[in-house]
Design a protein around this ligand. Sequence first.
Ligand SMILES: [Cu+2]
Length: 184
Amino acid sequence: MKRACPAVLAACLCAVSALPGCKPSTTNAPHPAASTATAGPSEGAAASKPGIALRDLRIILPRVSDRPAALYFLLSNTGTARATLVGVYVDGATKTDMHETVGDTMKPLTKLVIEPGATVVFAPGGKHVMLYGIPGTWKPSDAPAVTLKFADADKVWGKAVVQKAQGPEAVSSAGADMMPGMKM
Ligand SMILES: [Cu+2]
């Protein structure tokens, strides 16, 4: 029996069975750049929240095209105040959900507190952001814009490198693709 990446497997289960615990927390969330009603910084403002570092963003494409993709990243709080992540928007995706995989199930993550000095890891098998309704044109090395929204209305922007789902057949050639092509 083949083993699938737990997060990807869980993503499939969630999308197919519409488990009660997997209800969308953000529907048709507008990207801030496309909204004039956003309370966040205006265009041209610094694209970062003081004390917050966002890095290693990557989007793993689903093996089957109409399934959700997964977004992973590292988020550090280098400041002195607690930060609370409340939403993630990705250009091109119609809907996103923050989840945490615990054992064999995923539970929704409506907010995430990051204490000063802490780094939160979004990675396969743990915390992840599910991306629904992604463009079929996304391909490896594309870099959609990602916006993280915090409880105080601050936002942090980044770009996530699109990668293919890792499989036994893909491992040997994946190294080159995974080198950063990120332009922040
Ligand atoms: Cu999930």
